[in-house]
Write a protein that binds this ligand. Structure first.
Ligand code: MSP
Length: 544
C-alpha cells in the first residue's frame, strides 16, 4: 500500500531572542509545502517548536532576572503568536521542556547506555557558548596562544569566542555506525539535498574521521538530566534532535502518531545545521533500529548585504514589521520568490518593494482588477459559460496554462518554490498580454462579436481561477480574495485535478473589486524599512 501520509518538520528554534525573517523563511517554506501536500490529498503532519534548554537560554533568563522556565514560557508564546500572524498551519508545536519529551529523551538515553552505544569518558575541548557547540582546535578559525606558545583560546567558525573545557562526559559511539551511514548515502542519493551538501558532509566531516560525540555536559543545569547519573545534563543537540520522534509519542504509552507518520518525509533546516541532521541524527536513529527520514533539505541563508542576518550582528528584519505594513502575502511571496530555496539570498528593501509593485500590484493586481471591471461592464457581472477556442488567442492561452500547471507541480514536488512562482507569473503575464491581443473594448463595440467577447471574459476568469488555485499553498489569503472577487466557492479550486477549462457555470463576480495589492511609493517605503532595521538594531544592542 502506498503511504498517504506526509510528515514535515522545521528546526525547533532557540528562543534566545525574538525570531526574525530568517526563521520565518524556513517556517513559511515548510508551511507552503504542508499546505501543498494537503491539497494534493496527503494526510499531513507538520511539526514545529522551540529548543529551550542550554546555557545560552539560562544566561539570557539570568539577564532578565527571571527563571529559565518563565523566560522560555514567554518566548514560546511569542513564537506561537508569530506563527499565527504568518498563518502557519502546524499540527503540533513541541517544546523541549514538555514533560513528555523529557521523559522520552531520558528513556532513550538509558537504552543507549544499556546497548553500549554511550560510554563515560573525559572531554577536553573548545566550547562556544553562543553556538552551544564544541570545536576541535583544527576547526577554530583563529587560535590564541600565551607567551609560551600554549593554546589558551580561539574563535569558532561563527566568529564567537571559545573556552577550553575539561569534564567527565558521556560519549556516543558515532564511529560504530559511520560505514552504515556512508552506505545509506550511496543507496539513497536523494537523502541530502541540495546534493552539494552531501559532498560537504563526506569531505569535511566523515572522511577526516568521525569522532565520538560528547553527549552530556556538566557545564549547565538548565536541561534534561541523565536518569541514571543526574549530575550530567543531556547535550542540547541530542535533546533537540529527539524532538522529531518524541513529538509523535515514540517510546511512550501512545505511539499511534509515531506509527502513522514516521519516517519523516522531510526535515527542512538551514544549511548551518545540516551536519547534525545528516550525520548525527541518522546515526541516532540507526542505533534505535528506526527507519531514517526520507529527505534532509538544507536551505540557504537570507543575508543582509554580505552578512548572515543574525541577532548578534544586529542586522535583523522582523516579520511583524513587514506584515503589519504590507500584508502577510507580500512577505510570503517575497521570501519564496526572491531566493532559490537551496541558495543564499539577500534581503534588500529595494528588492522587496520592486516585487511588490511590479509583480503583485501590477501584474497580478491589475489583471484581477481589469477582468472584474470588464465582466461587470460587458456582462453585468455574470461570467459567460466556457467555450473552447473561439478567438485566435484562446489556444495559446490554454496551452500556456497547461504547461504552467505541469511546471508548477514538478517544482513544488521538487521544493523549488521560486520556480513554481515564476511559472505562475508566466501565466499572469500571458493573461495580461491576452487582454491586449484580444482588445475586448473593440470587440464590445461590435454586436456580432459578442461570442468572442464572452469567450475572452471566461478565458480570463478561468486563468485567474487557475492562478488562484496554484497560489493557494503559497499565499492562501490572496487565493481567498481572488476566489471571492470571481464569485467562486472554495470547491471550485481543486489543485489535485486542476485543468484549464473548468470554470463554474453561472458565477457572478463582485460589483467592484478592491485592489488586492496597493501600489507603494518606493522611496518613502525604503526609508521606512531602513528605519525599522535600525530601530531593531538599537533594541538588540540594549538587550545584549
Ligand atoms: N535549535 C537549533 C535547531 C535544532 S533542530 C533539531 C537551531 N535553532 S535556531 O533558532 O538557531 O534556528 C536556526 C534555523 O533558523 C536555521 O537552521 C534556519 O532554518 C533558520 N534561520 C535562522 N536564520 C536564518 C537566516 N538568516 N536565513 C535563513 N534561515 C535562517 O539552530
Amino acid at each position: 500500500m502506498v503511504k498517504n501520509t506526509f510528515y514535515i518538520t522545521t528546526p525547533i528554534y532557540y528562543p534566545s531572542g525574538k525570531l526574525h525573517i530568517g526563521n520565518s523563511y524556513t517556517t513559511i517554506a515548510c508551511d507552503t509545502m504542508a499546505r501543498f501536500q494537503r491539497l494534493m490529498g496527503k494526510d499531513v503532519f507538520f511539526l514545529t517548536g522551540s529548543d529551550e534548554h542550554g546555557l545560552k537560554i539560562q544566561q539570557k533568563a539570568n539577564k532578565f532576572h527571571i527563571s529559565p522556565k518563565s523566560y522560555v514560557d514567554l518566548m514560546a508564546e511569542d513564537i506561537k503568536k508569530l506563527w499565527q500572524l504568518l498563518d502557519i498551519s502546524y499540527d503540533k508545536f513541541i517544546r523541549t521542556t514538555d514533560k513528555e519529551h523529557k521523559a522520552i529523551l531520558q528513556k532513550v538515553f538509558e537504552r543507549w547506555l544499556e546497548q553500549g552505544d554511550i560510554y563515560l569518558g573525559e572531554y577536553v575541548g573548545w566550547y562556544s557558548v553562543a553556538d552551544e557547540e564544541y570545536f576541535t582546535q583544527t576547526q577554530l578559525i583563529e587560535v590564541f596562544y600565551d607567551k609560551n606558545g600554549k593554546v589558551i583560546g580561539g574563535i569558532a567558525p561563527s566568529g564567537h569566542e571559545v573556552k577550553q573545557i575539561k569534564e567527565e562526559s558521556y560519549f556516543f559511539r558515532m564511529s560504530k555506525y559511520v560505514d552504515r551511514l556512508l552506505q545509506y548515502y550511496k543507496d539513497h542519493p536523494d537523502f541530502i539535498q541540495p546534493v552539494s551538501r552531501k559532498n560537504e558532509m563526506i569531505n569535511n566531516f566523515i572522511n577526516p574521521g568521525l569522532e565520538d560525540l560528547a553527549v552530556s555536559r556538566r557545564t549547565f543545569t538548565w536541561g534534561v538530566s541523565v536518569l541514571s547519573n543526574p549530575k550530567h545534563m543531556i547535550y542540547v543537540w541530542i535533546d533537540a534532535l529527539l524532538n522529531y520522534i518524541s513529538a509523535l509519542g515514540y517510546a511512550s504509552l501512545d505511539d499511534s502518531l509515531f506509527k502513522k507518520y514516521w519516517p519523516a518525509d522531510i526535515h527542512v533546516v538551514g544549511k548551518e545545521i545540516i551536519r547534525f541532521h545528516a550525520i548525527y541524527w541518522p546515526i541516532l536513529l540507526m542505533s534505535l533500529d528506526l527507519p531514517l527520514p526520507k529527505k534532509i533539505f538544507g536551505h540557504g541563508w537570507l543575508l543582509m548585504k554580505d552578512a548572515k542576518m543574525s541577532k548578534s550582528k544586529g542586522n535583523v528584519v522582523y516579520s511583524e514589521v513587514l506584515v503589519k505594513r504590507y500584508g502577510l502575502d507580500a512577505l510570503r511571496y517575497y521570501l519564496l520568490r526572491e531566493v532559490s530555496f537551496g541558495s543564499d539570498g539577500i534581503f534588500t528593501p529595494e528588492g522587496f518593494l520592486d516585487r511588490l509593485n511590479g509583480e503583485l500590484a501590477n501584474d497580478l493586481g491589475n489583471l484581477l482588477n481589469r477582468v472584474i471591471a470588464m465582466i461587470n461592464k460587458y456582462f453585468a457581472g455574470k461570467v459567460p459559460d466556457f467555450a473552447n477556442e473561439v478567438t485566435a488567442f484562446d489556444k495559446d492561452l490554454a496551452k500556456t496554462a497547461k504547461e504552467v500547471i505541469d511546471t508548477y507541480h514538478m517544482a513544488m514536488e521538487g521544493i523549488e518554490f521560486s520556480v513554481a512562482l515564476e511559472a505562475i507569473w508566466h501565466l499572469i503575464r500571458r493573461a495580461n498580454k491576452y487582454i491586449d491581443e484580444t482588445s475586448p473594448w473593440i470587440l464590445a463595440k461590435d454586436k456580432i462579436k459578442i461570442k468572442e467577447l464572452a469567450a475572452v471574459m471566461v478565458h480570463l476568469a478561468e486563468s485567474l481561477r487557475v492562478i488562484a488555485t496554484l497560489l493557494q499553498p503559497i499565499m492562501p489569503k490572496t487565493t481567498e480574495k481572488i476566489t471571492y472577487q470571481l464569485g467562486l466557492s472554495k470547491d471550485a479550486l481543486q489543485l489535485k485535478n486542476l485543468r484549464f477549462g473548468q470554470f463554474s457555470k453561472g458565477a457572478v463576480v463582485v460589483k467592484k473589486g478592491d485592489p488586492i495589492f496597493p501600489r507603494l511609493d518606493v522611496k518613502s517605503e525604503i526609508a521606512y524599512i531602513f528605519k525599522q532595521i535600525n530601530t531593531g538594531k538599537e533594541k538588540e544592542l540594549q538587550m545584549d
